[in-house]
Design a protein around this ligand. Structure first.
Ligand SMILES: *Cc1c(COP(=O)(O)O)cnc(C)c1O
Length: 496
């Protein structure tokens, strides 16, 4: 399998190059030259496989430089860090299911990919004979950071430095990050919001000067943000797995279409669902759920992507994003894989803060995608409703998805079963969850967790409580303009 760039469809690189660089040299994202196929027989056969086997089968379609057995070994090791089934599906009622993607170490769906990526990277690095240390600067809106830190902590030949928006993540998210152990990790707060942090990290990646300075000390930058192909491929797997589970439990028959509703930020998770569809999974609608930062809802309504809006801080912080990086991969497909068109749109976005894909393309996108958003109040009501009706406690991000999936059901005549994708455990957002179900949360995080556990019987793992007793290792705050220097200083410190 070869990969091209969304900004240069003539480029052709291997899967290892795509994973080991992250972003294409022209600033584009790597996309498969053509979509690999999963046959009906393979999808049906998944019903007899465990999760690592399903994951390895899907990944084998993307990475032919590794054998199925090597990929299976990677998947087995990655998902052994999970508590039980990595992607269980819970039935709320006939036709309504929740796919829980937060049984990994950091209790958010980022673990699904970030537990695999370090192992994938080291395996590909070895095959490619790369000697340099993979230095990984990461911008996070809250969950990626910890998942990357956990995944890469003390992995030989790698180092990770995480930047999060100062004051822009939840208490628990911050605490999780700044307590991470490991000699090859660092965490820094950046003044500004997530988009500021992400933009500064992208600039560091694009900086020739920084790359040269790093090369001189044996380091090479690699992206581990959700644009990395090595994160996308493991994410495609759980959509196949969800379908296989519906087949095994006889909720559907082979060929029945299933809708997925995905709480969306950087568009990585929902894009993986679209890739699954293109690979042959019988997918009906993909419902794109946003919070108050509803740039994608507007885009799916009008075909105009516009940054002329306020950045709103919500209690579903992992979706507080205005520049959805992975959307570029979708644009590439709907531009007929014409990278010139994608370049034009991206240049317009840079120059004027918006682009317009036009009515015809929008119509085509809307055959598969439906967009909606939930405000702060609306999703809190939904969180309460779902808890009341099904006794199912979900986190704020998942509640946004439930709200939007309800809007979809009300507005559209579609009787396909819906799988709501659940991206975080309530334990990450105890105070917000309590508030949504009408209980005043105690100020203290541990007390909030205890209260949630007492009131709802939702089990809080011991490791989450333990977190609050751990000492904080990192307290540095930096200016976006100084980010490259911070990366270099970290790399230099590694040698000592
Ligand atoms: C990252 C994240 C999202 C958004 O996922 P994208 O792939 O960026 O669209 C949603 N919910 C949670 C809890 C997350 O951590």
């Amino acid at each position: 399998m070869k990969y091209v760039s969304t900004r240069n469809n003539k480029l052709s690189v291997t899967g290892s190059t795509a994973v080991l660089t992250g972003l294409a040299p022209d600033g584009g994202l790597f996309v498969p030259e053509s979509f690999p196929e999963m046959s009906a027989e393979e999808i049906s056969r998944m019903t007899e496989m465990d999760y690592p086997e399903r994951s390895a089968l899907v990944m084998s379609k993307f990475f032919d430089e590794l054998s199925y057995d090597e990929l299976l070994d990677i998947a087995r090791r990655a998902y052994a860090t999970f508590d039980g089934d990595p992607a269980p599906e819970v039935k709320l009622e006939s036709g309504l299911y929740v796919l829980e993607l937060w049984h990994g170490k950091t209790h958010a769906f980022k673990d699904m990919a970030l537990s695999v990526l370090p192992l994938l990277m080291t395996a590909l690095k070895e095959k490619a004979g790369q000697k340099e240390t993979c230095l990984i600067p990461v911008a996070t809106s809250g969950d990626t950071g910890k998942a990357a830190l956990e995944g890469f902590s003390d992995v030989e030949g790698t180092a990770v430095i995480v930047f999060y928006p100062d004051g822009g993540v939840s208490h628990t998210q911050r605490k999780q990050m700044v307590t991470t152990l490991g000699s090859n990790v660092k965490v820094v707060a950046v003044k500004g919001n997530f988009d500021d942090a992400q933009t500064a990290v992208k600039q560091a990646f694009g900086s020739k000067e920084l790359a040269e300075k790093l090369a001189a000390i044996g380091c090479k930058m690699t992206g581990a943000n959700s644009i990395n192909l090595g994160r996308l491929a493991p994410q495609v797997a759980y959509y196949f797995s969800a379908y296989a589970d519906l087949l095994s439990s006889e909720q559907i028959s082979y060929g029945d279409k299933v809708d997925f509703c995905v709480p969306t930020g950087n568009f990585g998770n929902i894009l993986a669902a679209y890739y699954a569809k293109r690979m042959g999974l019988p997918v009906g609608k993909l419902i794109c759920a946003s919070n108050d930062n509803n740039v994608l809802t507007d885009f799916l309504d009008t075909g105009v992507y516009s940054l002329d809006r306020e950045f709103i801080k919500t209690t579903s912080p992992s979706m507080d994003i205005l520049i959805s990086s992975n959307l570029e991969r979708l644009l590439f497909e709907f531009a007929g894989r014409d990278s010139d068109t994608v370049n034009d749109w991206m240049n317009e976005l840079k120059k004027n803060g918006s682009y317009d894909i036009g009515g015809e393309r929008l119509c085509e996108i809307r055959e598969t995608f439906w967009g909606g958003f939930a405000t702060q109040e609306d999703y809190a009501d939904t969180l309460m409703d779902i808890y009341d009706e099904y006794g199912y406690l979900c986190d704020p991000h998942t509640a946004v998805a439930f709200n939007v999936s309800k809007q979809y059901a009300e507005e559209c005549d579609d009787d396909a079963p819906t799988v709501v994708v659940s991206t975080a455990s309530p334990v990450k957002f105890a105070a917000t969850v309590l508030e949504s179900i009408g209980i005043t949360p105690p100020d203290d995080d541990v007390k909030a967790l205890k209260k949630m556990e007492a009131e709802t019987a939702f089990p809080v793992p011991e490791s989450v409580y333990a977190l609050f007793g751990m000492s904080e290792r990192f307290d540095e705050v930096t200016d976006p303009a100084r980010l490259s220097e911070t990366v270099y200083d970290f790399a230099e410190g590694l040698k000592k």
